[in-house]
Design a protein around this ligand. Structure first.
Ligand SMILES: [Zn+2]
Length: 278
């Protein structure tokens, strides 16, 4: 049997000018004060492949950011173009319902014209409720096409974010109304909703938790039954928004859970959702 791939479900790429200055400064402060030019260099396909190799990661889900209010604007086109550089990159679409007239049509364009394989929404950055019925036509397209939809849940360091839009329980509506839609709770309700995220992920067969931005050594505290959640957890890093991807991987590999659970979390579950042969 082929080896289960390791998949990072949460990677950002951009040019420094695509982000607000404070976003770049925050990332620079994390990555040992890299210069803007080094930052630019870091976010190129060859540099990212080097980092994935160094960390033992086979594939990365690459995310655009259509959130001018809080983060910046990294277009779907930019991400699609970036991902053309390697089959190890998996492009996801970003749709901000305040920026497009027809979210469903925008998702269809991203899937059909740009070859994207999933959708990421950031209600806290773009300021909308994810259970707004106006978004249901887009969710029905995602369900029909069998693509996963990631929802940012919980807190963010970026100013202008509104946490009320990131409550995992809002996704209960979406899970009930679209029982075949794969829903991913990005950051697992970070802040004060870890219990809610874990409960919902166990309740709904097609709901998953993603652990980007959570310190690995805290996972067992946030989720005392972490091992029992192994089928419902996806590894993501939020690179470049963390001090060291390699250290992050090492810390996850060192968790006191079974190797089988780690294999699922680090890529087995993701491979299934992305319909990649494992
Ligand atoms: Zn992120």
């Amino acid at each position: 049997m082929a080896k289960t791939p390791v998949i990072d479900f949460h990677v950002h790429v951009a040019r420094p000018e695509d982000y607000h200055p404070w976003v770049v400064e925050w990332m620079q402060s994390l990555i040992k004060n890299v210069s803007i030019e080094q930052f630019r260099e870091l976010m190129t396909p060859p540099a990212l492949i080097g980092i994935l190799d160094d960390c033992g990661i086979d594939y990365a889900v690459i995310l655009p950011d259509m959130h001018p209010k809080t983060v910046g604007t990294v277009t779907n086109e930019f991400v699609a173009e970036f991902c053309r550089g390697s089959d190890r990159f998996i492009p996801f679409a970003s749709v901000n319902p305040h920026l497009v007239n027809n979210p469903r049509a925008e998702l269809r364009r991203c899937l059909d014209d740009l070859g994207m394989r999933g959708l990421k929404l950031a209600p806290t950055y773009a300021h909308f409720y994810p259970n707004d019925p106006a978004l249901y036509p887009m969710y029905s397209l995602a369900e029909e096409r069998e693509i996963p939809v990631m929802f940012h849940t919980g807190s963010s360091v970026f100013k202008g974010s509104k946490i009320k839009f990131g409550e995992p329980a809002l996704l209960d509506d979406v899970a009930v109304d679209f029982p075949n839609l794969t829903i991913i709770l990005v950051h697992s309700g970070r802040g004060f909703w870890y219990d809610q995220a874990a409960f919902l992920a166990r309740l709904h067969p097609n709901m998953y938790m993603e652990i980007a931005g959570l310190p690995p050594q805290k996972l067992m505290t946030y989720f005392p039954e972490f091992e029992r959640l192994a089928d419902k957890v996806l590894f993501g890093s939020d690179w470049p928004g963390l001090p060291s991807l390699k250290k992050n991987m090492e810390d996850i590999r060192a968790l006191p859970i079974s190797d089988e659970a780690k294999t699922k979390i680090l890529g087995g579950n993701a491979a299934r959702l992305l319909e990649m042969s494992a």
